[in-house]
Design a protein around this ligand. Structure first.
Ligand SMILES: CC(=O)N[C@H]1[C@@H](OP(=O)(O)OP(=O)(O)OC[C@H]2O[C@@H](n3ccc(=O)[nH]c3=O)[C@H](O)[C@@H]2O)O[C@H](CO)[C@@H](O)[C@@H]1O[C@H](C)C(=O)N[C@@H](C)C(=O)N[C@H](CCC(=O)O)C(=O)O
Ligand SMILES: Nc1ncnc2c1ncn2[C@@H]1O[C@H](COP(=O)(O)OP(=O)(O)OP(=O)(O)O)[C@@H](O)[C@H]1O
Length: 497
């Protein structure tokens, strides 16, 4: 493809060379440069990508997109732009041949519920025979294949590449989690989404490498409603107004509020053999009686968002109902098989809001005891630890305090912070710093009727310690512990005979 075609929707100045050159690929990491590509220099958090220009040229970059003046190399075209990330997005759109135009595109933003809502939409659409690809925290999903990604909302190039793959594999729809940082850093630029969804807004992602303050965080989420045709908004959230400020799309609303276009009624718990979930009804633009296979009022909200968008597709009501009844999301209130007469769940809750939601929901099932095993991530705001301790102390009968991704911090320091929150509310707890030992403790001390929540890691299959990600999948660990216990029992039995 010619450079001039790649740049057709961009504003730029040509500092050197010709735009009439063939470009093999668009690359923003010098380590991946191939001969004849254009290298886009991004200013990052760790390092300024301009530093890698000599390396990129050495490896054969044919053209450069830069923000700095004064870049010059023999035989290399140099294009200067104001914002290289935004330019990368628009170039990627062209490079992959505008795949978004061949799909119905949906983006989900909000502090919580993105992954779950995306999975619900996919479950409904696939039930209705509409092949749907998704992009988010769980990776890129097409059919049953998962392609790992670095970010919830990957870089624009990866998004465009994934959409092209979806089209060529027969997908008709694409759903992406649009994190506020993804929106801020132009990762979804160049896509006019058919639908944008706002789930909710609460304090998170404030810090040096994230958002300056809550106002900026909300403003970034609001960007989606200038980049979609129809916005579907949770009207019960107090920030619904703020997030739609300056919107350019049609707006439809959902929630428990009678003013919503799609109104929910009730949130009855349903616990039958093998099914733990919630039942509710809807009125307004869609009248349904719904069972969702994930418990909690927050599941009603996620399901409402999914219904609000899926009703726009030409599908049967029954497909919506079946899709929600059978939905499973890895690590989101995921029931794990255990042999005893207790329930074990893996959940991604890793801050106080999510934890409060999931634990207060589970309390309603009136378990014999609610046991919560959790830790907190290192090199993340300390306030999370105190708050999580407090929430678990208030809502759990027993907290099992352990490690999470401690990153570059000492796990005992993190645990000490969690204990401050637990002690503040007089919560009962045990401390078992090794996560595998903590899971074993939960299993070996479970009593009939207990609900045990392993919180924090959700879908993750690693433990991040001092810059290294060690393989650790809680499902495998649980199975191993159960198998080992079973073997021990068998040995005892045979010894007794
Ligand atoms: C803090 C942050 O946003 N970092 C993102 C950023 O990386 P960076 O700024 O650290 O990149 P850098 O290491 O400084 O490098 C700058 C540039 O030099 C290039 N480089 C680097 C080294 C080299 O040898 N050659 C080279 O060309 C890099 O490819 C990059 O283009 O740009 C990268 C590529 O675009 C992103 O993958 C990366 O996301 C990191 C992994 C991250 O964790 N981001 C978080 C904050 C994030 O985005 N989170 C949200 C989810 C939040 C939510 O749950 O709502 C998300 O959407 O994932
Ligand atoms: N609508 C919601 N409101 C509040 N909490 C929710 C909601 N949906 C899910 N949760 C809780 O938050 C956890 C994370 O949910 P989910 O992964 O769907 O959200 P997310 O927006 O993708 O989160 P993250 O940005 O942390 O990956 C769930 O395990 C559940 O405990």
């Amino acid at each position: 493809m010619k450079l001039i075609e790649l740049l057709k929707n961009c504003e730029y100045t040509v500092d050197a060379g010709s735009l009439d050159v063939n470009i093999k690929d668009v690359i923003y990491d010098s380590r991946k440069v191939v001969k004849g590509c254009v290298f886009v220099a991004l200013k990052g958090y760790n390092v300024d990508g301009h530093k890698f220009i000599p390396d990129a040229v050495e490896r054969g970059a044919r053209a450069l997109v830069v923000e700095n003046e004064g870049v010059a190399y023999d035989g290399v075209t140099v294009v200067r732009v104001k914002d290289a990330r935004a330019t990368l997005a628009l170039m990627s759109v062209e490079f992959f041949g505008r795949p978004a135009e061949e799909l119905t595109t949906i983006a989900v933003t909000g502090t919580k519920g993105k992954t779950t809502t995306v999975a619900m939409i996919r479950s409904i659409l696939e039930n209705a025979g509409i092949k749907t690809g998704t992009i988010g925290t769980l990776g890129i999903l097409i059919d049953n294949r998962i392609y790992k990604t670095n970010n919830t909302t990957p870089e624009s190039y990866e998004i465009q590449q994934a959409m092209r793959r979806m089209v060529s594999e027969g997908c008709k729809a694409m759903v992406v989690e649009a994190s506020s940082l993804g929106l801020k850093w132009h990762r979804t630029d160049g896509i006019l989404f058919d639908y944008g969804i706002f789930t909710n807004f609460s304090s998170d992602h404030i810090g040096d490498s994230e958002h300056k303050d809550m106002a900026e965080y909300l403003a970034c989420k609001a960007l989606l409603f200038r980049r979609c045709k129809t916005g579907l908004i949770n009207i019960d959230d107090e920030n619904a107004k703020g997030v739609t400020e300056g919107h350019t799309c049609e707006i439809e609303t959902y929630g428990y509020s009678e003013n919503a276009d799609l109104v929910a009624h009730g949130d009855e718990l349903v616990a039958k053999r093998g099914f733990i979930g919630v039942h509710f009804k809807t009125t307004g633009v869609e009248e349904l009686s719904v069972n969702v296979a994930i418990p909690g009022r927050f599941s009603v909200y996620n399901a409402l968002a999914a219904i609000a968008v899926c009703r726009h597709f030409a599908i049967d009501k029954q497909d919506i109902l079946d899709g929600l009844k059978s939905v499973k999301v890895k690590g989101r209130v995921e029931v794990v098989p255990v042999p005893g007469n207790y329930t074990m769940l893996i959940d991604y809750a890793h801050n106080a809001v999510s934890m409060e939601n999931v634990l207060s929901t589970l309390r309603e099932y009136k378990p014999h005891r609610l046991i919560t095993m959790f830790g907190a991530g290192g090199n993340r705001p300390k306030s999370r630890r105190f708050e999580m301790g407090e929430v678990s102390g208030k809502l759990s009968d027993l907290s099992v305090v352990t490690e999470d991704n401690s990153r570059f911090e000492d796990v005992n320091d993190i645990i000490a912070d969690i204990k401050v929150g637990l002690d503040k509310v007089g919560g009962k707890y045990v401390v078992i710093p090794n996560r595998i030992d903590a899971i074993r403790y939960c299993i070996e001390n479970a009593e009939a009727g207990d609900i045990i929540v392993l919180a924090g890691k959700g879908h993750e299959d690693y433990q991040e310690i001092r810059g290294v990600k060690y393989h650790m999948d809680e499902r495998e660990i649980i199975a191993d512990i159960i198998d080992a216990d079973q073997d021990d029992e068998d040995d005892d039995d045979s010894g007794n005979r």
